[in-house]
Design a protein around this ligand. Sequence first.
Ligand SMILES: Nc1ncnc2c1ncn2[C@@H]1O[C@H](COP(=O)(O)OP(=O)(O)O)[C@@H](O)[C@H]1O
Ligand SMILES: [Mg+2]
Length: 258
Amino acid sequence: METLLKIANIETLYYDRIYALHGLSLEVKAGEIFAVLGPNGAGKTTLLKTIAGLLKDQPKKGAIHFMGKRIHRLAPERVARLGIVYVPEDRGLFRELSVKENLDLGCWGRSDSGITDDVEFIYQLFPILKNRAYQQAETLSGGEQQMLAMARAMLRRPKLLMLDEPSLGLAPRVGREVYEALSKISQAGTTILLVEQNAKMALRIANFGYIMESGRIVLEGTAQELQENQDVQELYLGVGGDTVSPKGWRLYKKRRTW
Ligand SMILES: Nc1ncnc2c1ncn2[C@@H]1O[C@H](COP(=O)(O)OP(=O)(O)O)[C@@H](O)[C@H]1O
Ligand SMILES: [Mg+2]
């Protein structure tokens, strides 16, 4: 598959001196689901914000290309116009507007005839949004809010859909529903880049994964390779929970191979 997004050796700093991304490189290929996994503070959110152009004058070094076009240090609206749509961790909804109004805003600026099909697609994916059409977004459950954010993002017809911790704060069952929807979105042809602490959930649907720590990629592989990797198993897929356990973390610091 062709490379859609290519990130080469980027460095992103906060306040010009705190390194959040430290020479990070990765590639996203068209038509697949890519997951970036890592503990809290690894730089996952910073990575997505850097791609989306939300951090002014960042990345300081390195290059980001999307469909062969240079996008690093472009304004966020220009990045968005190229087809990169970002669902932030807080979901970025208009909390006081209704579900339908949020979706209408997702169609803003579009006049093509595909809107009807797209609206049909998202209601098929998330029938609950139809029932909730006139309810204020802030009154939805966490899972419903995540679904609304994903639905609104899909109305932008993304070439690359980026999501920040889509399962965070959701009950496991609801998290799985969100992930099933992502799988369907991928099957319908949208490329996905997501970041997650919940490696178990993400690797179930991802084709390829990157493990990120302290602003760097420390390991990469197909979802299957990562699931079979002993360090990944111990630290990220360990028994007793979906997230990194402090005990697992200490053990791993001692004997990790990367
Ligand atoms: N606005 C900010 N100002 C200064 N430092 C930040 C800011 N946002 C994040 N950081 C720092 O950058 C590092 C990476 O953070 P973040 O990208 O949020 O990681 P993750 O999403 O993996 O939890 C952390 O050390 C964090 O404290
Ligand atoms: Mg984050």
